[in-house]
Design a binder for this molecule. Structure first.
Ligand code: SAH
Length: 334
């Protein structure tokens, strides 16, 4: 808002024009020509001097059974990222991407298969929300930053995005309706805890022994399990909020009796919720998912120990729902 007010002043306009501009942009309007409370002269001046950074919808895969829509967003520089629009009982949720590609290199994930390209700007993250609303004709009530990329590897822009979404003159979305998921970058988890105690945090755990987790997730070499769990505990204590642990089940890799024993041992007593995710098969990784029955068994075992656990509802099973899969399969589109 302040930046747009300064920009308006730079154009020789009153600062409230900046406020109007902010409101238009946050209604998803990208064309200055449509900003009807501006004079023709101002609209022309704006078009000459500026553009509204946005995304376009390149492709939609719609799972009509459950209402899930997987979106391929095109960026101005020719790159593409993904978003997923999901319907839940409590409202619509949009999964947003934070980077083109990813540096983390988790073995089961399609996002990093092509390496890292660049960070998304706050505007590009925000416009995924507006573009998804325009495409579906429905409103987005929750956002989860669980798409492509590692949000805590792009914290400056992530921060701006969350604040913009929350801005009363903008989308005015409550911080409680936002969730950020990280592979476990501890110093940024600590910073985030200070900056956004009202935003939900999810950590991708997937294994609880250092040797095994490092094989699945190379970031574990830098930020090992026990330190990660300490940072998680500090988040719950400082924020008073339950933390989510994502645990993608990979057959024979992290779903054995000893893995479950370790979960019971390390997560007992924490203000947490374990979200068991059946692996979405990514051909290139040669890893196999477990059965839903096994996932239910594990959830039951954890619950018996007082650790709340559920198996993630599988939405969009028909449409390449996992991170990075749609982009990978549609290289010809962008
Ligand atoms: N980089 C962040 C957010 C993006 S990934 C993070 O790691 O948390 C969102 C979640 O999907 C993560 O828990 C990730 O581990 C999981 N995921 C990635 N590929 C998957 C696959 N093929 N099947 C199931 N879950 C997957």
């Amino acid at each position: 808002m302040e930046e747009l007010q300064a920009f308006a002043a730079e154009l020789g306009e009153k600062p409230f024009r900046g406020k109007q501009l902010f409101r238009w942009i946050h209604r998803g309007v990208r064309d200055f020509g449509e900003m009807t409370d501006f004079s023709k002269a101002l609209r022309a001046k704006l078009s000459e001097r500026a553009y509204v950074e946005g995304v376009t919808v390149l492709k939609v895969q719609h799972d009509k059974k459950d209402g899930t829509r997987k979106l391929l967003f095109g960026l101005a520089d020719g790159n593409a990222v993904e978003g997923v629009f999901m319907r839940y009982k409590y409202g619509n949720s949009l999964c947003v991407s934070s980077q083109v590609g990813c540096k983390m290199g988790c073995r089961f994930c399609a996002s990093a298969l092509d390496g890292f390209v660049r960070n998304l700007t706050a505007g590009e993250m925000l416009d995924q929300v507006f573009a998804a609303e325009q495409e579906s004709g429905e409103s987005v009530n929750h956002i989860v930053v669980m798409g492509m990329g590692e949000p805590f590897d792009n914290y400056e822009n992530l921060q701006r995005f969350l604040r913009l979404l929350h801005h009363p003159e903008g989308r005015n979305l409550s911080y409680r309706n936002m969730t950020v998921s990280t592979s476990g970058i501890i110093p940024v988890i600590r910073q985030f805890t200070e900056d956004f105690p009202q935003v939900n945090l999810a950590i991708s755990l997937h294994r609880l022994d250092d040797a095994g987790r490092s094989r699945l997730m190379p970031i574990n070499d830098t930020y090992p399990v026990d330190e990660l769990l300490l940072a998680a505990r500090d988040y719950t204590e400082q924020s008073g909020r339950r933390i989510t642990f994502e645990y993608t089940l990979i057959h024979g890799e992290n779903d054995t009796a000893s893995d479950i024993a370790l979960m019971k041992q390390k997560l007992s007593g924490m203000l947490c919720h374990v979200n068991l995710i059946p692996l979405n098969r990514v051909e290139e990784t040669h890893l196999a998912g477990g059965s839903r029955k096994r996932a239910e068994e594990i959830a039951k075992a954890l619950c018996a120990q007082g650790i709340p656990a559920t198996v993630r509802r599988e939405l969009g099973g028909a449409i390449d729902g996992a991170c990075g899969q749609l982009r990978l399969k549609n290289k010809s589109v962008y």
